[in-house]
Write a protein that binds this ligand. Structure first.
Ligand code: PLP
Length: 349
């Protein structure tokens, strides 16, 4: 069943993120950003863009590239300083009477709505954590859902997500991890037929650009104009705009698809290795760059792994989850094997 919770943010720290879990001497299994640095071709383009820093940013080329990439008009594209800024812009631009956030999911959308003074209801997914559109109240005029969802790693079929769209409702689909499947089969980014659909994208994860702050929103023209009006002037920097432009190319998309295929192999290895551990349950069907794990009866797993030099992401700050949950990033086979061996030791006979 999916209870609907109304009211304050309760015990969950909506501003806790994986980066708070990592530290010197710890292997990072907590942050879902591409390990290492952005690819060399991208760093070269970013470096070259520094020559233009004396001028204010001009989004024209980035917007045209994104519009072409997604088959949208340029007035439907809004560059943002990461997905995080997009959540704040939405919270500023909209006046929802009944906002609903589908959890467990990334907590910043709810945090931004609350910070802007909006009440938020939660739909909590349970069991295999797949989306059931029927559990979203019919009168919700703002619905926020992640696809694939962080921290569950569950990828919802496009049709299921699209079924949430209706007149007089804004449907926000956070697609920060959508390119973890080659070809992005479940993306709604190109859908112009769905009323009130806002798709949010981020360059943070795939391209290793968390520090640059770069993403974008795709929305019908009036909604897009509202987001632009809510944004501080020039909030997306020249290097970020260059990243948006060059990461929209065919070559970049091919590279992202290749990375997604390699990720799937590493993810299967992690899931198979976890399956050998008694007392470990992988929640849902993982489809992104992390796996949500439950250890029934054990609430100390994160701390024990940390003592042994491995940082995983706590689960209990996500509405719908508790201290029996941790989120583990998909890494190389070597790191995964080390993690699973350590986890076996931590869990004991
Ligand atoms: C699901 C999801 N959406 C959006 C974001 C925001 O990312 P950024 O602001 O770096 O684009 C994150 C970051 O962790 C995330 O996990």
């Amino acid at each position: 069943m999916t209870p609907l919770l109304r009211g304050p943010a309760d015990r969950h720290d909506l501003h806790h993120h994986g980066d708070a879990e990592v530290g010197p001497g710890l292997v990072d299994l907590a942050v879902n950003v591409r390990a290492g640095t952005p690819p060399a071709w991208l760093r070269e383009r970013l470096t070259a863009s520094l020559d233009g820093l004396a001028a204010y940013p001009d989004p024209t080329r980035a917007v045209a590239a994104l519009a072409a990439r997604h088959g949208r008009d340029t007035d439907e594209v809004v560059p943002t300083a990461g997905g995080a800024e997009a959540f704040v812009l939405l919270a500023r631009a909209l006046r929802p009477r009944h906002a609903v956030v589908v959890h467990p999911q990334f907590t910043e959308p709810e945090a931004a709505l609350r910070a802007a003074g909006h009440a938020v209801d939660r739909v909590l997914l349970d069991g295999d954590l797949t989306l059931d559109p029927a559990t979203v109240p019919a009168d919700a005029d703002l619905v926020v859902v992640g696809n694939p969802t962080n921290p569950t790693s569950v990828r919802h079929p496009a049709d299921l997500v699209a079924a949430l769209a209706r007149p007089a409702r804004t449907l926000v689909v956070d697609e920060a991890f959508i390119d973890t499947a080659p070809g992005e089969p479940d993306s709604l980014a190109g859908r112009r037929d769905l009323p009130g659909l806002v798709v949010l994208r981020s360059l943070t994860k795939t391209w290793g650009l968390a520090g640059l702050r770069v993403g974008y929103a795709l929305a019908p023209p009036a909604l897009a104009a509202g987001l632009r009006a809510a944004a501080p002037p020039w909030s997306v920097s020249t290097p970020a705009l260059v990243a948006l432009e060059v990461c929209s190319s065919e070559a970049a998309r091919t590279e992202a698809d290749d990375a997604a295929r390699a990720l799937a192999v590493d993810r299967e290895h992690l899931v198979a290795a976890l399956a050998t551990l008694p007392g470990v349950e992988v929640r849902g069907t993982p489809a992104a760059s992390f796996v949500l794990v439950r250890t029934p009866g054990r609430t100390d797993v994160r701390a024990r792994l940390r003592e042994r030099g491995l940082a995983v992401r706590r689960g209990d700050t996500f509405p719908g989850l508790d201290t029996e949950h941790v989120r583990i990033a998909v890494r190389s086979r070597e790191i995964t094997d080390d993690l699973v061996a350590t986890l076996r030791e931590v869990l004991g006979p």
